[in-house]
Design a protein around this ligand. Structure first.
Ligand SMILES: Nc1ncnc2c1ncn2[C@@H]1O[C@H](COP(=O)(O)OP(=O)(O)OP(=O)(O)O)[C@@H](O)[C@H]1O
Ligand SMILES: [Mg+2]
Length: 307
């Protein structure tokens, strides 16, 4: 079980009078059971990657914590963190960035297992993951630039899974691939996740992918979660006006959600993050914090909560 509590990240850049702050993630809380795939959707720049990187300790949060079972992952330091790191796996959109270009693919696959001390299990584990990820054995002797994007992503996913992690964050894992390869890889992830339950966060722009893959989904806007619920319910009955916009845009565009430039829509931090674009906005939406409310399907919108 993964529990995220009041997680925040503020990026600071520049010096003195030119100092700027970007509140990339603000007070985000949610939890995931180990048999769940949890979707994270939202427009470009809303904070999805920042949140994902904090979950796997690639970025330090400004506030809040991440717990896996009883372990407070945010508090791990030094050697303790080094030892725990293989448990936290992130899969990126560009899989080549995760592999050493000078290492044969088979060696990269084994390297993680060696580092995690699972030496005696290597032969069996590698055979098992090659089979489960449908990887052709001859690829293992090649270098990353000698195989296709789809094959590389399979290897990277296989390597992540071989470490038997406590959490997987997949950030747009298939958005660089064509539709048929996307479908094959997503099916493999889904099947493996059901076979060996690992809490999994799937970041995607694609509502169809989220609908197919994720048990529950959260919608992010300007660093906050504005709606969260069982995926089918969220898509068929979106409560937040922003979620409605997102789903309409994705239906209208076929597959992909249209982006809004966050720099253009940057407004004051107070109140609802959708206040400048919302047709139902009221005076009270512009002030204070808008909390997520509800049972299993939660929404952070005063207009919806009051009805
Ligand atoms: N290292 C950084 N320094 C300063 N600002 C950053 C940094 N990384 C990200 N940001 C800003 O934080 C906000 C969230 O960025 P993030 O990459 O998490 O968004 P995202 O939802 O993953 O977007 P996309 O869908 O385009 O991948 C953006 O406004 C971005 O410009
Ligand atoms: Mg991103």
């Amino acid at each position: 079980m993964l529990a995220v509590e009041h997680l925040s990240k503020t990026y600071t850049s520049g010096f003195f009078l030119n100092k700027t702050e970007v509140h990339a993630v603000r007070d985000v809380s949610f939890s995931i059971r180990s048999d769940e795939i949890f979707g994270l959707v939202g427009e470009s720049g809303c904070g999805k990657t920042t949140l994902g990187k904090m979950l796997v300790r690639l970025l330090e949060p400004t506030g809040g914590r991440v717990k896996i079972g009883d372990l407070d992952v945010t508090n791990l330091k030094g050697a303790e963190l080094q030892r725990y790191w293989p448990n936290l796996q992130m899969i990126f959109q560009d899989p080549r960035s995760s592999l050493n270009p000078r290492m044969r693919i088979g060696d990269s696959l084994v390297e993680g297992l060696l580092l995690s001390g699972k030496r005696d299990l290597i032969e069996d584990t590698v055979q098992e993951i090659i089979r489960s990820m449908n990887i052709r054995e001859e690829i293992l002797n090649r270098y990353p630039h000698e195989v296709s994007g789809g094959e590389i992503q399979r290897i990277v996913i296989a390597r992540a899974i071989s470490l038997n992690p406590a959490l997987i964050v997949a950030d747009e894992p298939t958005s660089n691939l064509d539709l048929s390869v996307q479908a094959q890889i997503l099916t493999l992830i889904k099947n493996i996740q059901k076979e060996h339950p690992i809490p999994c966060v799937l970041i995607s722009h694609d509502i169809e992918i989220v609908q197919w893959m994720c048990d529950r989904t959260a919608v992010m806007l300007r660093g906050r979660i504005v709606e969260e619920g069982p995926t089918d319910d969220l898509i068929q009955n979106p409560l937040h006006p922003y979620t409605q916009e997102l789903i309409n845009a994705s239906l209208f565009c076929g597959e992909k959600i249209e982006y809004h430039n966050p720099e253009v829509s940057q407004t004051t931090d107070e109140g609802c993050p959708y206040k400048e674009r919302c047709s139902m906005v009221k005076q009270e939406c512009r002030i204070g914090e808008v909390q997520l409310r509800g049972g299993i399907h939660k929404v952070a919108c005063r207009a919806v909560s009051e009805n």
